[in-house]
Design a protein around this ligand. Structure first.
Ligand code: SF4
Length: 354
C-alpha cells in the first residue's frame, strides 16, 4: 500500500482505466465520429471552439456535403465559405481553415500531415487542435487540452490555479502527456472531453454520482466541485452604440461590405452607423434624400456580444422610392439567404426582412 497523499501524476494515472472504460460505454454518436478522417476531425474541432455540439451538427453536415475534402476547401470562393460559416461566428476560424487547406494542397500533396508538430505549423491549428487530430486520427500519444479538460483536471486535483493562464494549460499538457496510456491517446483525450461536456459540466453542479473518476477526485472529496475551476473574470467589454437600417426598395435591400481587416472583416452587413440616431437624423446619417423616403418604422433594439466589444443597437426599416442610395449593394431579399454572408450580429434585423 502507498503511504501519504498521492502526487498529481499518480492521481491522474489512476484515472486512465475507469475513464477509458466509461468512454467506450458512453461515447455519443456524433457526425464526425462516423468513419473519422483527419479532415472531418479538423473541421469539427474548429467549429466546436466556442460553439455547442448540438449547434455545430447542422453546420458540419452542410459543410461536409459541399466541401467534402481538403481540395474542395482550398478551392472554395471566400464568400461561399463565409456563407457556409454564417451563424457560427469567429469568421477568422473559417478563413484559417481555407488558408491551411491551401498549404496542405501546395506543400503536402493535399494530404494532411500526420504528425502533431507538422499540424501545428498550419494556420489556425494550435496545440489543442493539433493534439486532437494527431491523437484521434493518427494515434499519436499527445494531449488535447481544451476548457473541458482543464475543468476536469482542476477538479480532480482540487487546484486553485487560474485555468485561463497559459502556464496552467502547459502544466496540464505536460502532466497528461506523462500519464496517458500509450497507444490509446485518442480515446483518452476524447474521454476527458466527453466527461467535461456531459458529467463534469461547467456552470452548474457536476454529476459526481455518475462520474467514473469520482474515487480519485479531490474536489468531490472536499466538497469543492462547484467552486472549481478558478478563472479570472473576463475584462469588461467596450459598449458601442449603433443604429442599424433595413433600407428597402421593392424586393431589394441595401447592403454594405465591411473592410478587409478588423471585426467581421469582408462580410456583408446592413447599413449601420455608430451612435443612436433618431428618426429626424436618419436621412443625414444614411445619405438619403428626404423626398425619397416613403416610410420609417422603428424596429426592436438588439444586442450582440463579441469577444471584446458589445454592440447595443437600435434599428429602423426605411422604405424608399426611386433607387437605393449609391454605394450600397442592392441585394434581392431572397439572396440574403443564399449568397450574401451576413454575420449573426444583425440577425435580429435580418429576420425582419420578408
Ligand atoms: Fe467532476 Fe465530480 Fe467527477 Fe470530480 S467527481 S471529476 S467534480 S464530476
Amino acid at each position: 500500500m502507498e503511504k501519504g497523499p498521492l502526487t498529481e501524476e499518480a492521481r491522474l494515472e489512476r484515472m486512465s482505466a475507469p475513464l477509458l472504460a466509461w468512454y467506450k460505454e458512453n461515447k455519443r454518436d456524433l457526425p464526425w465520429r462516423i468513419e473519422p478522417n483527419p479532415y472531418k476531425v479538423w473541421v469539427s474541432e474548429i467549429m466546436l471552439q466556442q460553439t455547442r455540439i448540438e449547434a455545430v451538427k447542422p453546420y458540419f453536415d452542410r459543410f461536409m456535403k459541399e466541401l467534402p475534402d481538403v481540395a474542395a476547401l482550398a478551392a472554395v470562393e471566400d464568400d461561399r465559405l463565409m456563407k457556409l460559416w454564417e451563424g457560427l461566428g469567429y469568421y477568422n476560424r473559417a478563413r484559417n481553415l481555407k488558408k491551411a487547406a491551401d498549404v496542405i494542397v501546395r506543400e503536402y500533396d493535399g494530404v494532411m500531415p500526420p504528425q502533431y508538430q507538422e499540424l501545428k505549423k498550419l494556420p489556425g491549428i494550435g496545440c489543442y487542435t493539433a493534439g486532437a487530430i494527431a491523437s484521434i486520427v493518427f494515434g499519436e500519444d499527445v494531449p488535447a487540452v481544451d476548457g473541458n479538460v482543464l475543468r476536469v483536471l482542476s477538479r480532480i486535483l482540487a487546484s486553485r490555479e487560474d485555468i485561463g493562464k497559459s502556464s496552467v494549460k502547459k502544466k496540464a499538457e505536460d502532466l497528461l502527456k506523462r500519464v496517458m496510456p500509450k497507444g490509446e491517446a485518442g480515446d483518452f483525450n476524447q474521454g476527458l472531453m466527453e466527461l467535461g461536456e456531459t458529467v463534469c459540466v461547467p456552470g452548474g453542479i457536476p454529476k459526481c454520482g455518475e462520474c467514473p473518476v469520482s474515487r480519485i477526485c479531490l474536489a468531490r472529496e472536499s466538497g469543492l466541485a462547484c467552486e472549481l475551476p478558478i478563472k479570472a473574470p473576463p475584462k469588461k467589454k467596450k459598449i458601442e452604440k449603433r443604429t442599424v437600417c433595413i433600407l428597402e426598395h421593392k424586393d431589394l435591400v441595401g447592403l454594405c461590405r465591411r473592410e478587409d481587416t478588423g471585426l467581421l472583416a469582408s462580410l456583408y452587413e446592413l447599413p449601420n452607423a455608430e451612435g443612436h440616431w433618431n428618426q429626424k437624423q436618419l436621412c443625414q446619417v444614411f445619405h438619403l434624400k428626404e423626398d425619397q423616403v416613403v416610410s420609417i418604422e422603428q424596429l426592436p433594439d438588439a444586442k450582440h456580444i463579441f469577444s471584446h466589444v458589445e454592440w447595443h443597437m437600435i434599428g429602423y426599416r426605411i422604405k424608399v422610392e426611386g433607387e437605393l442610395p449609391k454605394g450600397l449593394i442592392a441585394a434581392k431579399k431572397e439572396e440574403l439567404k443564399t449568397i450574401y454572408p451576413l454575420p449573426n450580429a444583425f440577425s435580429r434585423y435580418t429576420k425582419l426582412i420578408k
